[in-house]
Design a protein. Sequence first.
Length: 138
Amino acid sequence: MSEFDKDDEEIRELNQRWAEAETRGDVAALDALAADGFRLVGPVGFVLEKQQWLDRYRLGDFVTASLRFEDVETRRYGDTAVSIGRQVQQAAYQGHQANGEFRTSLIAVRDGGQWRLVGCQVGPLGGPPPFAPPGGRP
């Protein structure tokens, strides 16, 4: 297996471990997967630093019953990888449903010989706005 193939497999595994740890609410696993400077941009634009992101689970505010990260396409740029896919979740925040399908981007960097998450952006899933020209180009 080439070094490139090995990195691709490690990134796929990182993405899977992230989804599984979110589903379990496993703060220790999420902490280990994410670099210290990790930031999450939520579906309505809020930004959480790493500890705020972890505290949602630590305090029991956010509970994820299921999470799938599918239809993922990953591109590598040296020691940085961007994975864009569809996140399908059943979850609740402080007892309020947070179910949905989202377009999610995970950003990972090679850190000390392993891939770690440095960012996650979750946004609404949908098509282009009705005023967009065909093909999405002006």
